[in-house]
Design a protein around this ligand. Sequence first.
Ligand SMILES: Nc1nc2c(ncn2[C@@H]2O[C@H](COP(=O)(O)OP(=O)(O)OP(=O)(O)O)[C@@H](O)[C@H]2O)c(=O)[nH]1
Ligand SMILES: [Mg+2]
Length: 444
Amino acid sequence: MFDALSEKLQATLADVRGRGTLTEDDIKKAMREIRLALLEADVNFKVVKEFTNTVRERCMGADIVGQLNPGQQVVKIVHEELEALMGGQSGDIVFSPRPPTVILMAGLQGSGKTTATAKLAKFLQKEHGSSVGVAACDVYRPAAVDQLVKVGGQVGATVYEQGTDRDPVDIARWALDQAKQDGKDVLIVDTSGRLHVDEKLMEELKNIRTAVRPHNILLVVDAMTGQDAVNVAEQFGAAVNFDGVIMSKLDGDARGGAALSVKAVTGKPILFASTGEKLDQFERFHPDRMAQRILGMGDVLSFIEKAGEQFDADQAAEMERKLRQNDFTLEDFLQQLKMIRKMGPLTSLLGMIPGFAGQQLKGMKVDEREMDRVEAIILSMTREERRRPELIKGSRRLRIAKGSGVSVQQVNQLVKQFAQMRKVMKQVGKGKMPDMAALMRQGR
Ligand SMILES: Nc1nc2c(ncn2[C@@H]2O[C@H](COP(=O)(O)OP(=O)(O)OP(=O)(O)O)[C@@H](O)[C@H]2O)c(=O)[nH]1
Ligand SMILES: [Mg+2]
């Protein structure tokens, strides 16, 4: 799924990610590549244009916030905008306070309605504990009723069918009565498909809609048909308003254009993704996870997210100022240590930092206990000592060692490490957040 797009976006972003500085030209180049990648993925051209414009503007205007370097900021922005493109938050079925909740399935021939009807029934039984009935309202294709009887039966839904001789509108009305009598929580109405969005199909859908007053109208679109699927959805929306999309056959869709464009073009979110012929290959559509999957950098993104959450921008700015003026004390060090630790176990955190994972990490042990020790030592110092570590000598050293339950040597070591760190910082001096772990190793 989305392989080519993933590959291209990842290559582009890998290029910018590690960079400390990005020029306007770098951003322009990256946007050109992103635009091409999206177009090749068959994303609607208007959507592509809007997307890259938004991302470009945000990148140009982005300040260096917290711990993220400009390259990481770009990744963050692309991720957020991809997520927004697919609807931001994941949506859900609207449940009626008075059951049964009625769901009307619509879509072109072969789009996957009948399969999705059974899959959705299974999903709702499992996720919501609903008892589900399905109504066989496709009377035009002879095998359609049998198909629903089969797949509906397989997932344990009650199938309401009256063969192919009755009017689909009557069957729908009857099925709703039955579902009410049977105390069903949900009734899913499967309908017939057409080759095109035509008058007759729309008429029939509208009549069924009037008969059963669905709480949800879901449009099933075949992801493999790319922009055609998006056009169909747009036409459907103009004729019969629908609430959400079930994107089917995502497993066979290498490009991803439909999934990426349909929300922007129709304004309706993708609620579910159908990803195979098996009846459990069906899941809620999560724009965030999908964006993550496309960018294929789950680790990097969750690092960026955590950093963003935990690292207060004001604090970061203040810290930067101090670093620049070489005004960084043990107190600040303690504060930063705490901030870093808030973000989670250090080892997992370091593994998330780009270029830090894998081999490099294996050779390095981040000892949480050592961090505890460092904290304890600093906490045993007076304020004055934290600000001017050069004061820490003789009896002060002994007092701190006793207070924190470590040896005098360990206090010594920390003070030395810190002096070393300050030296390095002076060299860095550019206002970038230093890599604490690396600095601590150097001082050791
Ligand atoms: N690979 C894959 N195949 C699917 C998926 N969903 C449906 N199909 C297949 O697509 C074909 C058409 O699916 P149906 O559910 O019959 O489609 P429909 O919209 O009900 O078709 P009509 O009733 O003829 O309008 C079947 O062979 C399904 O097995 C999916 O998510 N992935
Ligand atoms: Mg069908």
